[in-house]
Design a protein around this ligand. Structure first.
Ligand code: ZN
Length: 292
């Protein structure tokens, strides 16, 4: 078995390699290769997006009469995945990249284009300044002015940020919540008060109706309509003051609530005891008599 794996082959003494016929192949021969799309692109024919990394069976050829520093440049042909239109791109050894050629547009190139533009402007400026000292000076002043402006803008932005940083949203929300609660409470209180007033009114009416039917003097009638409004007391007090009775300045006392009439008898010849002796209903009548 060892003769099957010989390393040396026998060459006859008259062997001449130049006599071996050479395989004649055309220079622009195309090969089929498997490749991935080197960048995102969009088909110009149908608008389909072809993403970087999509695999294709492409044809590869060497670009004739185009080299970069002696390196050959290759062209690839792929077909759009939707409309089968042919798309071609080339290798770009100068930028270690690929360039779009036909059938599609390259996407996501904004940054690259911007960089290129900046580089171009910089180069132009350098060339301009190379033999023009005035231009150098001009550019330098322009630069310093621009720098100042940028710094000012930055300062302004910083200040703005600081001002906004002082806004405490939590506190604001809390404040608003408290305000809302306060309002709700006030509303409730008002509702309750109104309800109470209405209830009292209804009660008074009923009592009035009762007294009418019984033909009795309406004691509650003389009583001012309760403490429906807290300011009623004040009115009573002022009335008493106008009558010249500082004694009646007893806020919250029964006298203040009922009015000046109750206390007047103590200063008149008729004493309180005398009044007490009478029926409670008569007291009301007496009051009205004094008042009226
Ligand atoms: Zn297409």
């Amino acid at each position: 078995m060892s003769e099957r794996k010989v390393l040396n082959k026998y060459y006859p003494p008259d062997f001449d390699p130049a006599k071996i016929p050479k395989l004649k192949l055309p220079k622009d021969r195309q090969y089929v290769v498997r490749l991935m799309a080197p960048f995102n692109m969009r088909c110009k024919t149908c608008g389909e997006y072809i993403y970087k990394g999509k695999k294709f069976n492409a044809r590869k050829e060497t670009v004739q009469n185009e080299v970069y520093l002696g390196l050959p440049i290759f062209r690839f042909y792929i077909k759009c995945t939707r409309c089968l239109a042919e798309i071609t791109f080339k290798t770009d050894p100068e930028n270690t990249d690929y360039t779009m050629e036909h059938g599609a547009t390259r996407n996501f190139q904004a940054e690259k284009l911007l960089e290129e533009e900046e580089k171009r402007i910089q180069k132009e400026r350098e060339e301009e300044e190379l033999n023009n000292p005035m231009k150098v000076l001009e550019n330098r002043t322009k630069d310093s002015k621009l720098e100042m402006e940028v710094l000012e803008n930055l300062q302004e932005l910083k200040e703005l940020n600081q001002r906004q940083a002082n806004v405490d949203f939590e506190a604001m929300l809390q404040q608003y919540k408290e305000y809302e609660e306060e309002q709700k409470r006030r509303e409730q209180e008002e509702d309750e008060q109104e309800m109470k007033a209405m209830l009292e009114q209804a009660q008074n009416r009923r009592l009035l109706a009762d007294s009418d039917s019984d033909e009795e003097p309406a004691k509650p009638g003389t009583k001012p309509a309760g403490k429906a409004r807290p300011t009623d007391v004040l009115q009573e007090v002022s009335r008493a003051q106008s009558l010249g009775h500082p004694l009646l300045l007893l806020p919250g006392s029964r006298a203040a609530a009922l009015g000046s009439a109750l206390f007047l008898p103590s200063l008149l010849p008729v004493t309180h005891e005398q009044l007490r002796k009478r029926a409670p209903g008569a007291l009301g009548r007496k009051e009205t008599g004094i008042n009226g």
